[in-house]
Design a protein around this ligand. Structure first.
Ligand SMILES: [Mg+2]
Ligand SMILES: [Zn+2]
Length: 181
């Protein structure tokens, strides 16, 4: 984990249903609830020296339920709250679109609504991410499809300890040998 190493792996997390309890169209801080040991899983990922990046569909923007500032505010709050656990999320990427949305500016086909890979592609453009050393964890098949479309390993989260799932998954990877230095 030398700090001069340019390329880094990333752990991409879906948000709703993976890091926090999925409440339809969540945007209020008061309604946010971390799932089980999600903050500990994020901290563990931080300790491994990988980037931690959230990729989330937020069609509530296109539906007119909330605005982009609400999404950003919630994400800022998540990082503030994570300081209690000594953890942090390096970046958040969200898709505000939905073709059938009621807010004209967001009612369109886009490249970023999962299962499309646009959010991961954008993150890879912004950070020097080694896709072969990266992983996405999400609770929907569209999360896994999104990862695979971007050339990243996708893991379905079906409940329980996110920390254990992460440790188990990365442990397997290291046992099978690293593709490149
Ligand atoms: Mg989800
Ligand atoms: Zn989009």
């Amino acid at each position: 984990m030398g700090n001069k190493k340019a390329r880094r792996g990333a752990i991409f997390f879906d948000r709703d249903g993976t890091l926090n309890v999925d409440k339809d169209y969540l945007y209020k801080v008061e309604e946010f609830e971390w799932l089980e040991d999600a903050p500990q899983a994020i901290r563990w990922a931080n300790e491994q020296g990988v980037l931690v990046i959230v990729v989330t569909n937020q069609s509530g923007v296109a539906r007119g339920y909330f605005v982009e500032d609400d999404v950003r505010r919630l994400h800022e709050w998540m990082n503030e709250d994570l300081t209690r656990f000594g953890a942090h999320i390096d970046a958040f990427y969200y898709c505000p679109h939905l073709p059938s949305g009621s807010v004209a500016a967001y009612a369109k086909e886009c490249d970023c609504r999962k299962p499309k890979p646009g959010l991961i592609e954008q993150a890879c453009a912004d950070f020097d991410i080694d896709r072969g050393e990266s992983l996405l964890i999400g609770d929907k098949s569209r999360d896994v499809e999104c990862a695979e479309a971007a050339g990243v390993r996708g893991i379905l989260y079906t409940g329980g300890s996110l920390l254990e799932l992460l440790k188990r998954t990365l442990g397997q990877k290291h046992n099978t040998g690293e593709a490149k230095a």
